[in-house]
Design a protein around this ligand. Structure first.
Ligand code: ZN
Length: 303
């Protein structure tokens, strides 16, 4: 069943705008959802909205579902979003369990021409780990590795080309341009992380696993094994123990989830709290700007 939560979304949109300023993104990257185009692509999360807008350009109207300040793990669609999906050509998802609500949405709108693409498909998926969600399908946060993001951009390009062959050249050229940017970001991240003296961190949930795998960082533990669920007192004390014995000094938290437990752990261990945004907020905070802001903050904490 799909419940409605428009006031919540508005409130969190305002909170998200503030958070966005706090994490220090640049402005004016993309304009997802603006303009009038024939082809509508509904996308789940902000990074995918940015990819779809970058590849689709003026040919595609991008409608982003999970708005600023909202976690995809706790999201619920609005009636307006269902309406957009009912006339969309494409639904761009991440997959790997990030959008457990997508199935009900697709069933509810009964749009026979809707093409659904899971952009993480084909990637080497990391295990969700102990205590993960029921029906453990793996860790969904692939886009936080710029290398995996390249794959996702290619998936977006392929599905747009499929539903709109007349735009094939545009999509290919736009994808090439954007992928070149991703490769630059990847090189920057590799260079920056290479200089770190500290490689270990604790995360709010398993959001930085792909980033860590790509660049050789070590996720020493997570606060929430299921995102959005408060840890047990025992889980907390075990994590504090791990951090002390391994000398972990950084806790990566997210603006979209409660940071209460992280502050308790920080007080116990003296570790730094680093607020990183795994989603960003296009148009003001596109993927590239968001990742560069994250990288700067990680570098400050780990040097
Ligand atoms: Zn997550």
């Amino acid at each position: 069943m799909i419940r409605l939560s428009a006031p919540v979304l508005i409130a969190t949109a305002l909170a998200g705008a503030l958070v966005c300023l706090a994490v220090g993104c640049g402005r004016g990257e993309v304009a997802a959802g603006e303009g009038r185009s024939e082809l509508t692509a509904v996308v789940s999360v902000a990074p995918l909205a940015d990819f779809a807008h970058s590849v689709g350009g003026d040919r595609v109207e991008v409608v982003m579902l999970v708005g600023p300040g909202v976690s995809p793990h706790t999201f619920e669609p609005t009636p307006r979003q269902l309406k957009a999906l009912s006339r969309a050509a494409v639904l761009v998802l991440n997959g790997v369990g990030l959008e457990p609500w997508a199935h009900d949405m697709v069933a509810a709108v009964q749009n026979p021409r809707l093409r659904v693409v899971h952009t993480a498909e084909g990637l080497d998926i990391i295990d969700a780990g102990k205590g993960g969600r029921q029906g453990n399908v793996g860790n969904p946060h692939v886009w936080l590795s710029p290398v995996c993001a390249v794959h996702q951009v290619e998936q977006v390009k392929d599905v747009l080309t499929e539903v709109d062959p007349a735009g094939a050249d545009t999509y290919r050229e736009n994808a090439e341009t954007y992928i070149a940017e991703l490769r630059r970001l990847d090189a920057e991240a590799r260079r920056t992380v290479g200089t770190f003296s500290q490689k270990q961190f604790v995360a709010q949930h398993r959001v930085w696993s792909y980033f860590a795998r790509e660049y050789g960082l070590v996720e020493a533990g997570v606060i929430e094994t299921t995102p959005g669920d408060e840890p047990s007192p025992r889980g907390l004390s075990e994590l504090v123990e791990t951090m002390r014995s391994r000398g972990v000094t950084a806790i990566f938290v997210e603006p979209q989830l409660s940071q209460k437990a992280a502050y308790v752990i920080a007080a116990e261990t003296g570790a730094d709290i680093v607020v990183l945004d795994p989603l960003g907020n296009p148009p003001d905070c596109g993927y590239l700007d968001t990742m560069r802001a994250n990288l700067r903050k990680i570098a400050q904490a780990m040097r």
